[in-house]
Design a protein around this ligand. Structure first.
Ligand code: THU
Length: 140
């Protein structure tokens, strides 16, 4: 990885500030690292109809893909109640739908960093969090 975990977590914390969460009041921030070292931020965006809500991770992926960026090496994720700012009581693991979106665009070595702060975090490979997944190659 060409950026430190700490730096990527810091970006995720910044991204989280834009989360639109009037319903759950649970804010999530994500920082998606490209193979070129660029960082794309994402936050969760809720909706009065609930269903259209988009997770922070997918916001970051869809921003990137829509701009023609499609090679990624890692994502950092932080989340917690809106009262929490730089330190979070729990790790925010990506939901199943977001793991499946990662599976579409990333290889098994893609790193997922979940943080409670910039200095307290865990690192997983996508294959740890989505073992034996279904992906594009299954349709070849
Ligand atoms: N959320 C995320 O942004 N990422 C996840 O992986 C899990 C859940 C958001 C969606 C919703 O706005 C809020 O957290 C509560 O579910």
């Amino acid at each position: 990885m060409n950026v430190s975990y700490e730096a990527l977590l810091k970006e995720a914390i910044e991204a989280r500030k834009n989360a639109y969460t009037p319903y759950s009041k649970f804010k999530v921030g994500a920082a998606l690292l490209t193979v070129d070292g660029d960082i794309i931020r994402g936050c969760n965006i809720e909706n009065a109809a609930y269903g259209p809500t988009n997770c922070a991770e997918r916001t970051a992926f869809f921003k990137a893909i829509s701009e023609g960026i499609n090679e990624f090496s890692a994502i950092a994720i932080v989340g917690g109640k809106e009262t929490e700012v730089n330190e979070f009581s729990d790790y925010a693991y990506p939901c199943g739908v977001c793991r499946q979106v990662m599976r579409e665009f990333c290889n098994n070595d893609f790193e997922i960093i979940v943080g409670k702060s910039v200095s307290e975090y865990k690192v997983f490979k996508l294959s740890d969090l989505l073992p034996q997944g279904f992906g594009p190659e299954n349709l070849l």
